[in-house]
Design a protein around this ligand. Structure first.
Ligand SMILES: Cc1ncc(COP(=O)(O)O)c(C=O)c1O
Length: 362
């Protein structure tokens, strides 16, 4: 039924596969920034935490009886540390973006997304009753011009803390523009939480911005936190509104209790080991600068390549050398890139060797 479509995808070198890679490969492809996905101690702590309760699965929506003490504890830890009034756990980052974009942008409102906002948010915006616009990537002037020249009931702006494919940090001026127009700001911190900021909490922390009633932060557990799931931090009334209207919160089983317990343990480790982890992150950023003369803001190294073929060729070449890197192609990105994650649990010497070798290919 879809033979022709598949043929076209294959002909364009854009066919995607699910693959299980050799465990011996040095993994520079996953978003496991802090190496927590291999931290047995965290896993055991989370397991023990769940065992303290008679129920280990969420069983139902959070609005029925799926809300667990572990969900509540995680939410309270997050809202306190991030200085938001309230937190709410969500099944995944995709579902969190669906909840935010679909619920908050209503008829008569204007929703403005960064042109490189994550696909989950863009997907949710397709069905929005609000007017939807995109502003030039990380460009406060373009955002200001749109806000100035449009009419709306409420304006909602959606941005990322660290852009997953562009690998740059949110421009600080965007906070000021949003304030100037009294807009609501959604910050997707999937790739910034655990990686940037004095306390490794993300972009608010990085810029020392105290959250206001107009700020919303979304974070995922599938990346630096080495688990699965997500959370939304916002003012009381926004969280209460989501809890009463967001379909991906109401009509979904509550997030996995074990995964949230694992997220909570990861969060506690980040708080406790902040200085050691920050040092390792800085070290890796410096290594890239020293060897490739490229300045990066987070643990994502983006290398542009000439074509999808070239991206695949380099990926295959490094697989043979024992390194797994990601070749990202359209439609995820406009121009093909190699996306390399400098995970903090990979020894510096190994990263050094890799960076010297990739230098010869780009
Ligand atoms: C920026 C961003 N937002 C949201 C998501 C979705 O999160 P999740 O994988 O938890 O569904 C991802 C990644 O998958 C992401 O990179």
């Amino acid at each position: 039924m879809y033979k022709n479509e598949l043929k076209a995808i294959k002909n364009a070198n854009l066919f995607r596969k699910r693959e299980i890679y050799d465990d011996d490969l040095i993994d520079l492809a996953s978003n496991d920034y802090l190496g927590f996905s291999q931290d047995e101690k965290l896993f055991k702590k989370a397991y023990k935490r769940v065992l303290n309760y008679p129920t280990h699965s969420p069983k139902a929506s959070m609005l029925i009886n799926g809300y667990h003490q572990i969900h509540k504890e995680f939410e309270e830890s997050l809202s306190f540390a991030n200085q938001f009034e309230q937190a709410i756990v969500v099944g995944s980052g995709f579902l969190a973006n669906l909840a935010l974009i679909d619920t908050l942008a209503r008829r008569g409102d204007l929703l403005i997304l960064d042109e490189y906002y994550h696909a989950s948010g863009v997907f949710a915006s397709k069905n929005s009753l609000a007017k939807v616009k995109f502003f030039k990537h990380n460009d406060p002037d373009d955002l200001r011009a749109i806000l100035k020249n449009s009419s709306y009931k409420r304006a909602i702006v959606a941005v990322e803390g660290v852009y997953s494919m562009e690998a740059d940090i949110l421009n600080r001026e965007i906070f000021a523009v949003v304030d100037e127009f009294g807009a609501l700001l959604i910050v997707d911190e999937a790739h910034s939480s655990g990686v940037i900021g004095k306390n490794l909490l993300g972009v608010f922390d990085h810029y020392s911005i105290t959250p206001t009633q107009n700020h919303i932060k979304m974070g995922t557990l599938g990346k630096a936190y080495g688990s699965y799931g997500a959370y939304i931090l916002a003012s009381n009334h926004v969280v209460e509104f989501l809890q009463n209207r967001a379909k991906s919160i109401i009509y979904a089983t509550a997030p996995s209790v074990f995964d949230i317990a694992l997220g909570l343990e990861a969060f506690k480790k980040i708080v406790k080991k902040r200085d050691i982890l920050s040092k390792k992150i800085k070290n890796r950023i410096k290594l890239v600068n020293d060897i490739l003369d490229i300045s990066i803001d987070s643990l994502i190294l983006k290398l542009e390549v000439a074509s999808s073929n070239e991206a695949l060729r380099i990926k295959e070449l490094f697989l043979k050398k024992g390194f797994l890197i990601a070749a990202i192609r359209a439609p995820t990105v406009k121009k093909p890139i190699l996306r390399i994650i400098l995970r903090t649990n990979i020894k510096r010497e190994i990263l050094k060797k890799f960076l010297k070798e990739i230098k010869l290919e780009i």
